[in-house]
Design a protein around this ligand. Structure first.
Ligand code: SAM
Length: 312
């Protein structure tokens, strides 16, 4: 096939695929069509750079298009998701990292005081935040915690690629016990507790309240429910556990940056005030101006907070 025949075929494929995805109400049909065509062609280059197509291109594109028409997320079809400077591996059953979460790294840079050399990522999922810390803070070591076996194993892969030998993933339920009481003798939470004195904690925990069911099929049918719903009437049970762990694990002056829903700014600050141990609490907006992150600094010499004050 000549180069001009290839271009004609690509133009037709782009028009038809975009139209089919549009009919399936995919939110960005043209962008997704380009990505599917590139995947079917086995390239990551722009389509205009293609002079020839592999055998089986049409069959492969048809299969990928059908999957996207059924609203399978593009990232799962491609097996990867961009996050800051990284291309992360993603897999079915594990939460797909979102662009809005990327801002947590900028907030860390903006608000951290002193060194950022030991960092904990609570509820790490695919390891997006932890891997980005390893990538962007070359001196840092990261401990990541995740409840789900498949996500923990995926996070290990992503962390090892981003910062070989500098990341560790613990599989544990952060709500199983809270810090501050009699320390656990063994197991992943004992190891987490022993890490106390860290410079920063990043977290994008589940936080959706039970009645706020996501509308997009991509989210509802493909993100695991334990990655979405935070527990309790307000969706803040897991976030409260995150704050409690942060209050225990951070060194004086250490920073917590935790994502939450745009209506939860005040509740998140109140939860942190109630749990105690912080001397600076604020809410940071995302790029669209909506309140999306709790920023909390561990107080100097504050007494160790009591876990009994955490409402669960
Ligand atoms: C919203 S996802 C975020 C994943 C990742 N931080 C990101 O931004 O892409 C929340 C993650 O928290 C995990 N998770 C939920 N409850 C947890 C718990 N009690 N302890 C530890 N991890 C938990 C879920 O399995 C999920 O991977």
């Amino acid at each position: 096939m000549s180069a001009s025949d290839t271009r004609l075929l690509l133009r037709t494929a782009l028009a038809e695929t975009t139209e089919r995805l549009g009919r399936a109400e995919v939110p960005s049909p043209s962008v997704d069509a380009r990505a599917l065509i590139a995947a079917a062609a086995g390239t990551r280059q722009p389509l205009v750079m293609l002079d020839e197509l592999p055998a089986g291109f049409a069959r492969e594109l048809e299969e990928l298009t059908r999957r996207r028409e059924r609203r399978e997320p593009l990232q799962l079809i491609l097996g990867r998701a961009p996050f800051r400077r990284l291309m992360l591996t993603v897999r079915p059953g594990v939460f797909i990292p979102r662009p809005e979460t990327e801002l947590a790294l900028d907030l860390l840079r903006e608000h951290a005081t002193g060194a950022v050399e030991t960092v904990v990522d609570l509820c790490t999922g695919s390891g997006a935040l932890a891997a980005s810390v390893l990538d962007e803070f070359p001196q840092a070591r990261v401990l990541a915690v995740e409840i789900d076996t498949a996500a923990a194993s995926l996070a290990r892969e992503n962390l090892e690629r981003a910062g070989p030998g500098r990341g560790r993933v613990l599989q544990a339920d952060l709500t199983a016990r809270l810090p501050g009481g009699v320390p656990a003798q063994e197991g992943p939470l004992a190891e987490l507790e022993a890490a106390a004195g860290v410079d920063a904690i990043l977290s994008n925990p589940p936080y959706i309240p039970p009645e706020a069911v996501p509308r997009d099929a991509e989210v509802l049918e493909h993100d695991p429910h334990c990655a979405l719903f935070g527990g309790g009437a307000d969706g803040l049970e897991v976030p409260r556990a995150v704050i409690s762990w942060a209050s225990h694990l951070l060194r004086p002056g250490g920073l917590l940056v935790m994502e939450h829903a745009d209506v939860q700014g005040r509740s998140a600050r109140e939860a942190a005030a109630l749990i105690g141990g912080f001397d600076h609490l604020s809410t940071a907006p995302d790029l669209t101006g909506r309140d999306r992150f709790l920023v909390a600094r561990r107080a100097d010499g504050a007494p160790n907070p009591g876990s009994e004050r955490l409402t669960r």
